[in-house]
Design a protein. Structure first.
Length: 253
């Protein structure tokens, strides 16, 4: 049986007074809370439909709507960019962009309605994988392959260096250089002519950047969100937004 939190009959006057004071204080605290932009917009929407027309309310409503629209466009742009970076395994920067999108409820709600997982779960995955790799994405030197261009002895990834014996001339005392066979260059001793050396990121050559990829259905959902977010960030009509169907004060009468 549910416990009752009402004041028991016959309670001492002191208890009753304390309860009333607590209720009054709580109500005052709620009343003192600052109105959110959505609350103010709802209030203004009601005001602009009254007679006589409140021009100041119309002006304030227009400014608030413009601010919200700018914020939403930026959030959708961040959502699209973050998910594209996620698919490219650039987890650190993906998490930054997706957090921006998640801070705007309308963008987060749109993503949650389409994605296989909630946007917050994707952000947590990005943050985890960014820590695991130690970087926001594939190594800038090796691109996640584990091999980087050799920079020793002037190799520059070519696999060859100037012959030290003949200084690149191919001859020593008019005799063909034996070290380079007259070519003037030899295989780089650091990379043994391959042009590549193990990268300083210590990732095993050939290993996957993160060892996983979204399942086909999840990738399809992500691509749908990216397409819709790009459309909305570019000024497309948002049929999921209540403001799209609000009556204009100019045509309401």
């Amino acid at each position: 049986m549910r416990k009752s939190h009402s004041i028991p009959i016959g309670a001492a006057p002191g208890m009753i007074c304390a309860a009333i004071a607590l209720a009054v204080a709580f109500a005052a605290l709620r009343a003192a809370e600052p109105a959110t932009p959505d609350d103010r917009i709802a209030e203004l929407c009601a005001n602009v439909l009254n007679d006589p027309l409140d021009e100041a309310a119309v002006s304030e409503l227009a400014k608030l709507r413009q601010t919200q629209q700018t914020q939403r466009k930026a959030a959708f742009e961040a959502l699209a960019e973050g998910l594209e970076l996620y698919l490219k395994h650039s987890y650190g920067t993906a998490a930054e962009q997706l957090r921006k999108a998640d801070s705007v409820a309308h963008a987060a709600d749109m993503a949650d309605a389409i994605l296989v997982r909630r946007l917050a779960d994707v952000i947590r995955e990005c943050e985890r994988k960014a820590k695991e790799t130690g970087k926001g994405g594939p190594c800038e030197l090796c691109g996640g392959t584990g091999l980087a261009d050799c920079a020793e002895n002037g190799c520059g990834g070519s696999g060859i260096v100037r012959c030290a014996k003949c200084q690149g001339r191919g001859k020593t005392a008019r005799i063909k250089c034996a070290d380079c066979d007259g070519r003037g260059y030899v295989d780089c001793p650091a990379c043994k002519g391959t042009g590549a050396v193990p990268c300083t990121c210590s990732r095993k050559a050939g290993a996957a950047v993160d060892g996983s990829a979204p399942a086909p259905d999840e990738r399809a959902a992500i691509e749908r969100v990216i397409a819709k977010a790009r459309y909305l960030s570019g000024g497309g009509i948002d049929f999921d937004l209540k403001a799209t169907f609000e009556v204009s004060p100019k045509t309401a009468k």
